[in-house]
Every structure is written in C-alpha cells, then in structure tokens.
Ligand binder design. Structure first.
Ligand SMILES: O=C(O)CCC(=O)C(=O)O
Length: 275
C-alpha cells in the first residue's frame, strides 16, 4: 500500500500506463472548487482563454489549492517518489456540446522532458465520462514514443493537433470520473478524447506534468514549481506560488512561463496557435 494508491492501483499504473479513478475530493468539495473557478471566470473574462488556459494555477487560488493538495501529491509520490516538481497545468474545459476533441497522442512527444518518467494528474471538476468526452487510454502503449503528425485541426484542442496515425484502438478504455476524482497517466501512454455531447461543461484541471527533479528540459532553459521533497539537481528555475487571485506580479509570471512553454511545445513546428 502506498500513501494513497493501493498495491493494485500502483501495479495497474506500471502495467497499463494509467490508473483511475482515484477519489480526492468529496462531490461537495469538488462543487466548491468548481464554483470558485467559475466565479473567477465570471470576474475576469478572458483570463482563461487561449494560452491563458495554461498555468492558471499561478494566479488563481483554487487551482493552486488543487495543485498542492496533499492527497494528490501523496498519490504522485506513490508513483514517482518523494521529490516532486510541477512543470505546469492546463485547464481542459469542453463546453456543453463543444466539438473540441483530442487526437491520439503521447504527452512526452513534445514536452522536451527527459527521461520520460513524468506523470499527468487529471482532476475532474464535473462528470467526465463517455458522453461528456472523457479521456480514452490504450493500455500498455507506454513502452515507446511513436511518430506524430501535426494536423493543426480546427477542433483539435492540442497545441499542434498532433496525432498518431494508423493506430489499433480496439483495446481503448474510456475513463469515467465523478467530480472530485482523478486519473493519473504516464507521459508515454497513448490517449485521446472525443467531443462533449452532454448538457454540462466537462472541466478537467490537469497537472501536466509532475516529475522527479533529475528530469531535464532538453529544448531550452525552463521553469518549474517545487511541490515536495528535495531538488539536488537544480535543472529548473524555481517559481513560487500565488498570494491571491490575479495578482499582477503572478499574472506577469504566468505569461512569462507560458511564453517559455510555447517555445518548447512548438519547437520545430511549421506554425503556432495561441494555446
Ligand atoms: O482533457 C482531455 O480531453 C485531454 C487531456 C490530455 O490529453 C492530457 O491531459 O494529457
């Protein structure tokens, strides 16, 4: 037994490349967090659009709370050990009946982080299921990185619309998360998601990704946030945590971090989009 994950869950992660569901918050707590997020969206319209969907935990307190929640960090520790850095977060929100989708891909392909030992923690603040366009995973595909093709597809909500072609998806598993639950996947496992056909927003707050501190950024110097434990390597410039919602210094920092991330994620790409 780990701090949060059972032996069976840790075994599933190492065998399949993902594990779910893991209950973090009660449905009431998840609803409180959703309300706080939606109040921030209403108060600062535009603050979460485009590239600003990235790293909003640097300027919104409820997202900072999730990012550093002890139970989430304990679950991460069960998989990658006690020394943990956070490279970033993404708000993956699909509005009701949103045609946006995510093609089959591996997170590690364009993140520049090596070795590929990072984990992505996907926290549901609304129901994420087949109907609302939850993630689909292909078990066991975390063995190696596949070739990706950039499509820049209009409804594709990945940066480059990158996709792995000619894939056998017959063994794909659809994740089913209630508000307050989370999944964890390896940065190497192949996954995707379909459009949201439901009447509610599908809100995923995604910690992408947590790494042990020996990991290096291979594209350019990079920032990261301390989450737990020691960092004897100093591979990243460390950034702090917000003091209050939308503090101008924190917004400036988020924009700087997003600029750096954009250079990494679009490294070598033919074009760039604003997210
Ligand atoms: O939220 C989604 O639909 C996809 C998210 C994703 O690809 C990821 O978290 O790695």
């Amino acid at each position: 037994m780990g701090k949060v994950l059972t032996d069976a869950q840790m075994e599933a992660f190492h065998r399949d490349g993902f594990v779910a569901p893991i209950t973090i918050f009660s449905e009431e707590e998840a609803l409180r967090l959703r309300r706080e997020l939606e109040a921030a969206e209403a108060k600062w319209p535009g603050a979460f659009e485009g590239a600003a969907r990235n790293n909003a935990h640097l300027n919104i307190m409820c997202l900072d709370e999730i990012t550093h929640h002890p139970r989430i960090v304990d679950a991460a520790e069960d998989l990658i050990g006690p020394d943990i850095l956070n490279c970033g977060t993404v708000l993956f929100i699909k509005e009701a009946h949103d045609p946006g989708f995510v093609s089959w891909h591996q997170d590690a392909r364009y993140m520049g982080l090596e070795p590929h030992v990072g984990i992505t923690l996907w926290v549901a603040l609304s129901h994420a299921n087949e109907h609302s366009g939850s993630m689909r995973m292909i078990p066991g595909t975390h063995d190696r990185i596949r070739a990706h093709k950039d499509t820049f597809g209009e409804e594709n909500i990945l940066t480059r619309g990158q996709e792995i072609e000619d894939l056998d998806e017959s063994t794909a598993v659809t994740l089913d998360l209630k508000p307050g639950q989370m999944s964890i996947h390896s940065d190497r496992v192949i996954h995707s998601s379909l459009p949201n056909q439901s009447d509610d927003r599908r809100i995923g707050f995604v910690l992408q990704c947590f790494i042990p501190p020996y990991v290096k950024q291979t594209v350019r110097p990079m920032v990261a946030q301390h989450v737990r434990g020691q960092d004897p390597y100093g591979n990243f410039e460390m950034i702090g945590r917000p003091k209050r919602d939308m503090d101008p210094d924190d917004v400036f920092m988020r924009d700087r971090v997003n600029q750096v991330w954009s250079e990494v994620l679009y490294h070598g790409a033919e074009k760039r989009r604003n997210f």
